[in-house]
Design a protein around this ligand. Structure first.
Ligand code: RP5
Length: 190
């Protein structure tokens, strides 16, 4: 199927969010905000939910079981500590799940990371870095971009802007030297 005739392109599909960002607690929202922001910047609607694998397990199950019929194509799931949310959702749906390990208070997110990473064979979860909300949003956009040229273009524009930023910084460092560069960086809070 070419991208123009893909379900991601139909007018009806565009009214529904293709991505959901779910989290185990509202305390995870700050970490996931960059994912929501970048997806919205790319013109995508995002469904955002608090669904705890431990505190609201039945709601989590209902969400995961309905995800496909709701039209969702990617789910970003952030959780901290005993971070079972991404893996449990992945076990209930075949929609790709991107897990975000939340930095936890006592173990700095190592606990969250291992909980999300160590999935049993057969039920994968794509895991980004501890606190990697932005990368989760970008990865979700890249997955959608495989079927949607508009989203793919937004991702490649984003990459180009990253490239240009580094080129400009390099040029400025070479032009003004280390000390002035650091002074300007401090003054501009960069
Ligand atoms: C996890 O427990 C959540 O994902 C969160 O990262 C962590 C702490 O939750 P709160 O006690 O802040 O609600 O389930």
């Amino acid at each position: 199927m070419d991208s123009a005739s893909s379900p991601l392109h139909s007018a009806k599909a565009e009214l529904k969010p293709l991505v959901a960002v779910v989290m185990g607690s509202d305390s995870d929202l700050e970490t996931l905000k960059p994912a929501i922001d970048i997806l919205q910047e790319f013109g995508l609607k995002v469904q955002v939910r608090i669904l705890s694998a431990h505190r609201t397990p039945l709601e989590m199950v209902n969400f995961a079981k309905a995800a496909e019929t709701q039209g969702l194509k990617v789910i970003i799931a952030g959780a901290g500590g005993a971070a079972h949310l991404p893996g449990m959702i992945a076990s209930l749906t075949s929609i790709p799940v991107v897990g975000v390990p939340i930095q936890s208070k006592y173990l700095s997110g190592i606990d969250s990371m291992y909980s999300i990473l160590q999935m049993p064979s057969g039920i994968p979860v794509a895991t980004v870095a501890i606190g990697g909300g932005l990368n989760a949003g970008l990865l979700a956009a890249q997955i959608l971009g495989a079927f949607n040229n508009k989203v793919k273009q937004r991702v490649s524009d984003y990459r180009k802007s990253l490239h240009d930023q580094v080129i400009n910084k390099d040029k400025s460092l070479v032009d003004i030297g280390t000390n002035e560069f650091l002074l300007q960086k401090k003054a501009n809070n960069l």
